[in-house]
Design a protein around this ligand. Structure first.
Ligand code: 4NP
Length: 153
């Protein structure tokens, strides 16, 4: 089987998808898996920006440093470089599908579809919310990361 190459996608690449990338990197490392893991946004607002300080702080609470990540926008090459592209919410999925090129090989789905019992659930955008919402985001992306280890290892 091809080595999994997983891309986590949200709108800005500063709140949810950096947390998903951090949780997935940590889960893969714990499981001894050398997977290709990255994140990006469908929008270009935060290209080259570090993650939102609330995301950095939330990950740090769990011993994970995501402060070195930098924002980038989804590009057509991602559809062949990655085996799986995961959108955090339904709007992300629509935006991903809108730029999906002919010949794309990556499987595109909603991230929470990998968590049994949470299929079809969106990871809500925490940008305009408080710390609690970032904690909830962390719980969701961590569950998804563990599920991906189980399903793709
Ligand atoms: P993210 O959150 O998509 O989880 O990174 C957002 C970050 C920034 C904006 C919206 C959502 N924004 O409008 O700038």
């Amino acid at each position: 089987m091809t080595k999994p190459a997983l891309l986590f996608v949200c709108l800005g690449n500063i709140c949810r998808s950096p947390l998903a990338e951090g949780a997935m990197r940590a889960a893969a490392e714990r499981a001894g898996l050398d997977w290709h893991i990255d994140s990006c946004g469908t929008a270009a607002y935060h290209v080259r920006s570090p993650p939102d300080p609330r995301s950095v702080e939330t990950a740090a609470t769990y011993g994970i440093d995501i402060s070195g990540l930098r924002g980038r926008q989804l590009v057509v090459e991602d559809f062949t470089r990655f085996t799986h592209i995961f959108g955090m919410d339904h709007q992300n999925l629509r935006n991903i599908t809108a730029v999906r090129p002919n010949g794309a090989t990556a499987l595109v789905s909603l991230l929470m579809d990998v968590v049994p019992g949470r299929e079809g659930a969106a990871i809500a955008d925490p940008y305009y919310d408080g710390e609690d919402q970032f904690e909830e985001t962390w719980e969701d992306v961590s569950m998804a990361a563990e599920a991906l280890v189980e399903q793709l290892r």
